[in-house]
Design a protein around this ligand. Structure first.
Ligand code: SF4
Length: 250
């Protein structure tokens, strides 16, 4: 059952608590972005984790250009360990922060060998034990590659990237600042049912990419404008830009 089917209708009111607005927000965003999904290209859990590590501070489109040739050359986890460090740095250079990312990729590959028989593990606890893998990356990999494990995993959550963080702050779904990813995630997990979290992640990302952009959100063309306490259309202050203490924003 989709989010749109599973939630009731709530009269839009931007002043209502987040718990009362959330269902309508997700229903409207799901309708606005029916094809929302992971934009990184991959065809295995190893490729998913590599692409997600490379996506830090980089665009998904840019990462997809790099991984197209990278995945032809590096087909197994051992391949990230068998080349000289400088060669891997050159191969991922275009994604930025290539020294740090090279350390993460090699550390991750070494840990797969050491602890997981060379396989990407399915649980959040295991995924976050890999070098370079924090909750955002672990949530992305688990949600996309191990959905059955996610259903049973008490640690399963939602990936909070720059778009999810910004949109959550503007919509008043969190008390925290957009960069406080794990705290924003905790607030979202309190609001969003487990079965809806994967879908919710990608409609929030899509909304952040297409409409609720960092500079100049397009509030006039926003499907959740009547529910938004940061609407520029309604002449309200932008909570994302606000310098008020995070605890007072909600
Ligand atoms: S009304 Fe504006 S600030 Fe609020 S969610 Fe829509 S685009 Fe973002």
């Amino acid at each position: 059952m989709s989010i749109a089917d599973s939630i009731g209708s709530v009269k839009p009111d931007r002043k209502a608590p987040a718990s009362e607005r959330l269902a309508t927000i997700l229903r409207r965003l799901s309708k606005a972005y029916p094809d929302a999904r992971m934009a990184l290209e991959f065809s295995s859990p190893l490729q998913c984790i590599v692409a997600t590590i490379l996506s830090a501070q980089a665009t998904d489109a840019g990462v997809n250009v790099v991984t197209k040739s990278l995945f032809r050359k590096y087909q197994r986890h051992e391949d990230y360990l068998s080349v000289p460090e400088e060669e891997l740095q050159r191969d991922i250079h275009a994604t930025g922060f290539f020294r740090q990312k090279t350390r993460s990729l090699r550390g991750m590959a070494a840990k797969l060998v050491e602890s997981f028989d060379g396989e990407v593990p399915p649980t959040m606890a295991e995924l976050t034990s890999l070098p370079g893998v924090a909750r955002k990356t672990a949530n992305i990999v688990q949600g996309n590659c191990f959905p059955e494990a996610a259903k049973k995993d008490p640690e399963a959550g939602m990936a909070v990237d720059t778009h999810v963080g910004r949109v959550a702050v503007r919509l008043g779904l969190t008390r925290h600042a957009s960069k406080e990813a794990e705290k924003v995630e905790s607030d979202l997990l309190r609001l969003i049912a487990k079965k809806d979290r994967f879908r919710a992640t990608y409609v929030l990302i899509e909304h952040g990419r297409r409409t609720c952009v960092a500079k100049g959100p397009n509030c006039a063309d926003c499907s959740v404008e009547p529910l938004c306490p940061s609407s520029q259309e309604a002449g309200l202050g932008d909570r994302y830009r606000s310098t008020a203490p995070a605890a007072r924003r909600k």
